[in-house]
Design a protein around this ligand. Structure first.
Ligand SMILES: C[S@@+](CC[C@H](N)C(=O)[O-])C[C@H]1O[C@@H](n2cnc3c(N)ncnc32)[C@H](O)[C@@H]1O
Length: 278
């Protein structure tokens, strides 16, 4: 919901969204009073077309056409070209401003076909891998997904843009705090971040319609399997040096597992490492 109010003293408009942000737009015009109504109507239309989605996603000022173009190219050349088809995933990847999730020094590389460093020796995954894992989850609006490894918050934002409610856990306090701030600033209100070891999952919110793990354990932690709803998928890289991206589906009485592609993720740390190879 957007509230728009003409502000003659400031020579423009004050805008408030249902999510609590306040914007002020100044206009250079000599007769603000006579323009107020028509300009406000145009403004509401522009904002609704331009950036505020219904899943608690970003409210952007008119998207920067250069970044927008880079995102379009990323989606068509790196993601669709490799076979990702889910329209919800493709739209999520088009809408989330990846350059706002990487350090300023890497912004120019934000849309290249590669993972990038995000500090603390960790990485934001390659865009294709983010899209592929999102598609393999097979989730949609209203579903609840647990993510282990928030990192920059980008994967969580993509899922939130798809209408998913995200519960994300990050073990490194600095990354955790930064990701929470970024997601809040960009208004991804359906993505919640918790700081700590994701080994035990988020039992209070279980079961989940999907679980995505973005750091590689050598074996799949039992608590995560237990928190997967019947019929849901867990997408998880498993292995040490050699890793496989796996999809584990919970059926009524078993877990079915398939390998998708070889991958290279940072290792899952914490309890899973302490327990070692079972
Ligand atoms: C490849 S990065 C994740 C990228 C992230 N999904 C993104 O969109 O930026 C892997 C993350 O998993 C985190 N991690 C590793 N072990 C973890 C654990 N046991 N619990 C929670 N997070 C963990 C790392 O600190 C790192 O930030």
């Amino acid at each position: 919901m957007l509230y728009v109010r003409g502000d003659r003293r400031a020579g423009g408009f004050r805008i408030r969204t249902g999510h609590g942000e306040r914007w002020r737009l100044k206009m250079r015009c000599r007769r603000p009073a006579t323009l107020t109504l028509s300009a406000a109507v145009l403004l509401v239309a522009a904002l609704q077309l331009g950036g505020c989605d219904s899943h608690g996603g970003q409210l952007t000022q008119a998207a920067d056409p250069e970044w927008q173009m880079q995102r379009e190219r990323m989606v068509s050349e790196q993601i669709e070209a490799r076979g990702v088809k889910d329209p919800l995933v493709l739209e999520g990847m088009r809408s989330v401003e990846r350059h706002l999730f990487v350090p300023e020094t890497s912004r120019d590389s934000a849309y290249i076909d590669s993972p990038l460093p995000i500090g603390d020796s960790q990485t934001i995954s390659q865009p294709y891998i983010v899209a592929l894992m999102s598609e393999l989850l097979e989730v949609g609006p209203g579903d609840r997904v647990l993510e282990i490894g928030t990192g920059s918050g980008y994967q969580a934002a993509v899922l939130a843009a798809m209408g998913v409610e995200v519960f994300s856990i990050e073990i490194r306090p600095r990354l955790c705090e930064r990701a929470s701030e970024t997601l809040a600033k960009l208004n991804y209100t359906t993505a919640r971040v918790r700081c700590g070891d994701g080994y035990g999952g988020w039992p209070d919110e279980a079961p989940f319609n999907g679980i995505i793990v973005t750091a590689a354990p050598e074996w799949v932690p039992d608590p995560l399997l237990e928190q997967l709803a019947v019929g849901a998928n867990m997408v998880i890289p498993v292995g040490d040096f050699y890793q496989e991206l796996k999809v584990i589906t919970r059926t009524a009485d078993a877990f079915e597992e398939r390998s998708v592609i070889p991958v290279r993720f940072v290792p899952m740390t914490g309890e899973v490492e302490r327990q070692g190879d079972p």
